[in-house]
Write a protein that binds this ligand. Structure first.
Ligand code: PEP
Ligand code: MN
Length: 342
């Protein structure tokens, strides 16, 4: 349930109202926007009489929210959320960022890749130190040494890093290392203990859509994180499993505007895992940009045929540079003001 507060309400009246609601055993989520203030009420709100709230001096109107996701819901927070990823890099609410780097951290080539992607306009560096591989016999990542390399590259290039955390027991290590953005991979999208653990921090979380997750299930994953107190969630559409076998996954470009409609959280498109083949990655990146994504996550490798994972979908630095030029043009086209038709 949401209660829209009248413009004339004072801060004291608002605080009093919030205290009154919380005193009845509900949780609240206050969103003070430029245009209106909304108090989101979380709990079994069937016990609340909406007419009683509407009779209060400071309440403009009351609306029931039927969706099970509350904190992630745009009805609770009408304005876009801007997530601060560190090093002055913000995403959402008109801020567009490109996260690029190798699938896995492999060693010192991380620095060459990082320099190249930064020169082409990437603003965040990715790379997996802990890899969720489908086979236990595939390369599993460098672990803590990989995190150290990422931290070193981040300092040298002044770029925030995005890297995957797979185990709730590793969250403290990620905090100790000062990881800027923790990625939750598709295979862990509904690992609720992990979602809760990253939710107990304030570190931004890039939450990928599960292999066969609906949009609502993705938003419930975000709700797990936010319900623990971490509002810094970035959603990521990375392709879903369908009957199609010509691509690794099927890029659900629809999800981008749908997520923007339902939620205030920033939405990133990952064209690399969505397609699985280098030759298709750029087209999917352009589609995501045109659909209004707040950012992209793209795998780039200096020598894809030698990559330790996901070489088949990596762009070379030259291909990435070419893509970035077009991404900037598309971004301009979709954000430029246009004259109204007569
Ligand atoms: C990755 O980003 O390298 C990755 C494993 O992605 P996903 O979880 O989307 O498969
Ligand atoms: Mn990968």
């Amino acid at each position: 349930m949401i209660a829209v507060v009248k413009e004339t309400a004072t801060q004291d009246q608002l605080d009093h109202f919030v205290k009154w609601i919380e005193g009845r055993g509900f949780k609240t989520n206050v969103s003070q926007g430029d245009n209106e203030t909304i108090v989101g009420i979380i709990g079994d709100t069937t016990q609340i009489d909406p007419f009683l709230l509407e009779s209060m001096d400071i309440i403009e109107r009351v609306q029931r929210v039927s969706e099970p996701f509350k904190k992630a819901n745009r009805k609770f927070h009408p304005e876009d959320t801007v997530v601060d990823c560190g090093r002055s890099v913000k995403i959402g609410g008109g801020n567009f960022q490109v996260i690029a780097g190798p699938c896995s951290v492999e060693g010192k080539n991380l620095f060459d890749i990082a320099r190249a992607v930064k020169a082409s306009g990437a603003t965040m560096l990715r790379g997996g130190a802990y890899k969720p591989r489908t086979s236990p016999y595939s390369y599993q990542g460098m672990g803590e040494k990989g995190l150290d390399l990422l931290v070193e590259a981040s300092a040298e290039l002044d770029m925030p890093i995005v890297t995957e955390v797979m185990d709730p027991r590793d969250v403290q290590l990620f905090l100790d290392k000062g990881i800027d953005v923790m990625q939750i991979g598709a295979r862990n999208a509904q690992n609720f203990p992990l979602l809760r653990e990253v939710g107990k921090t304030q570190v931004p979380v890039l939450l990928k859509r599960g292999l066969s997750e609906t949009i609502d299930e993705l938003l419930m994953g975000a709700e797990y994180i936010m319900s623990e107190g971490n509002p810094n969630v970035i959603l990521c559409e990375r392709g879903i499993r369908t009957f199609e076998t010509r691509t690794r996954n099927t890029f659900d470009v629809n999800a981008i505007p749908v997520l923007h409609h339902l939620s205030h959280l920033p939405v990133v498109g990952d064209p690399s895992h969505a397609t699985g083949y280098t030759r298709y990655v750029r087209s999917a990146a352009y589609a995501a940009t045109a659909a209004g994504a707040d950012g992209l996550e793209i795998e780039v490798h200096d020598n894809p045929s030698e990559a330790w994972s996901d070489g088949a979908q990596a762009l070379t630095p030259a291909q990435f540079d070419d893509a970035m030029r077009r991404i900037r043009l598309i971004r301009e086209a979709v954000t430029a003001p246009v004259e109204e038709a007569e």
